[in-house]
Write a protein that binds this ligand. Structure first.
Ligand code: TRP
Length: 345
């Protein structure tokens, strides 16, 4: 994808490709930012990769969405990407549905994905329990679309959270299977799980991941929460009956708060424990609320700016989709040829 010039000599050095998508379902949370987006920015700014970041709008359709709300969520997803520091000059930013090759490759990959392996996906099992009245085929074949997202760009690395590892695994299996039949067609993607990819838990039930679809607003900090709301939610955060600010087994609430404080300030656990030596949970919750509010504020302000300038978002996405589409088509042509379809002349 890129070329560099070394000692006046043109040397083709392909940068590795890093790709990740975010689903536009529900409000974006502090967990999304600290656990994913912040890392995406680090990966982008390292300059070591060609990065693609998108909003997975087609995946969102696997559960019933209100069309108006969905549209707003898609814009918000893009605004959050940009506000978090994803730079369209450095990364390719787009909406999944704008690059038609995703749906096309997904169809083909569906034919190389087994019923049995899809049945074993824990997310499918969880979501079919949760949405028992809408267990649609899209929900079932969701991993084939995600595999298409990844394989279209010959992606090397996919920064994902623990909950998406199984989907990445199946994408590798599909790539492997296809390559085995037709010869090398797809790069096998690897997960990119960074140490700082903090796993942020719910403030109300700290054994559960902070989820943007959680109906309990006190459990989650969203990127759009005001300073006052953030501080209030931290004050109410569930902790155990102990008092010292120290990590410990079974102290899920306080462990989560220490993790959040650490992710936001960059301080190590030991340093935090020292800082709050002799202080109680109340003081620590207040301090957490304040540092989180400081972190969220500039992002919220930028998100609001972008949301008031949708034309700008549209423009970024148009360029992003055009660029993505060139690479995507290259892979799709290759796939069509390999399986024996006649490529359009
Ligand atoms: N399934 C991912 C999630 O819910 C979103 C996603 C869609 C994705 N396509 C992807 C993530 C490709 C990484 C790569 O978080």
């Amino acid at each position: 994808m890129s070329e560099i010039i070394v000692n006046g000599e043109e040397k083709k050095e392909k940068k590795k490709i890093s790709l990740s998508f975010i689903q536009p379902s529900g409000a974006f949370t502090l967990g999304n930012y600290l656990g994913a987006l912040k890392n995406w920015v680090t990966i982008q700014d390292s300059g070591e990769f060609n990065c693609l970041y998108a909003v997975a709008d087609l995946h969102a359709l696997t559960v019933r969405q209100d069309p108006k709300a969905l549209k707003n969520q898609i814009y918000q997803g893009l605004a959050v990407l940009l506000a978090s520091g994803i730079d369209p000059e450095k990364s390719i930013v787009f909406q999944q549905s704008h690059v038609h090759q995703h749906a096309e490759l997904a169809w083909i990959l569906n034919c190389y994905t087994m019923f049995g392996e899809l049945s074993r996906m824990t997310q499918f099992k969880d979501k079919s329990a949760k949405y028992a009245d809408n267990i649609n085929a899209g929900l079932f074949t969701y991993p084939a679309l995600m595999a298409a997202d990844i394989l279209l760009y010959q992606t090397n690395f996919v920064p994902v959270g623990q909950d998406q590892k199984q989907h990445l695994e199946i994408a590798r299996d599909i790539a492997n299977r296809f390559n085995g039949i037709y010869g090398k067609t797809f790069t096998e993607p690897e997960p990119y799980i960074t140490k700082s990819g903090a796993r942020i838990m719910s403030l109300a039930e700290p054994t559960k991941k902070m989820s943007k679809s959680d109906p309990n607003q006190n459990a989650i900090i969203t990127i759009l929460d005001t300073d006052a709301e953030i501080i209030k939610k931290f004050k109410r955060a569930v902790t155990d009956s102990g008092s010292g600010v120290r990590m410990g087994e079974g102290k899920d609430g306080i462990n989560n708060l220490i993790n959040i404080y650490s992710a936001v300030t960059g301080k190590e656990t030991a340093e935090i424990e020292r800082e709050f030596e002799g202080k109680g949970y109340g003081d620590f919750k207040m301090a957490c609320g304040e540092v989180v509010a400081e972190t969220v504020r500039p992002i919220r302000e930028k998100v609001n700016e972008y949301m008031n300038n949708k034309d700008y978002i549209d423009e970024i996405c148009k360029t992003g989709a055009e660029r993505a589409s060139i690479f995507a088509q290259r892979t799709l042509d290759k796939v069509y040829k390999k399986v024996g379809l006649v490529v359009k002349k």
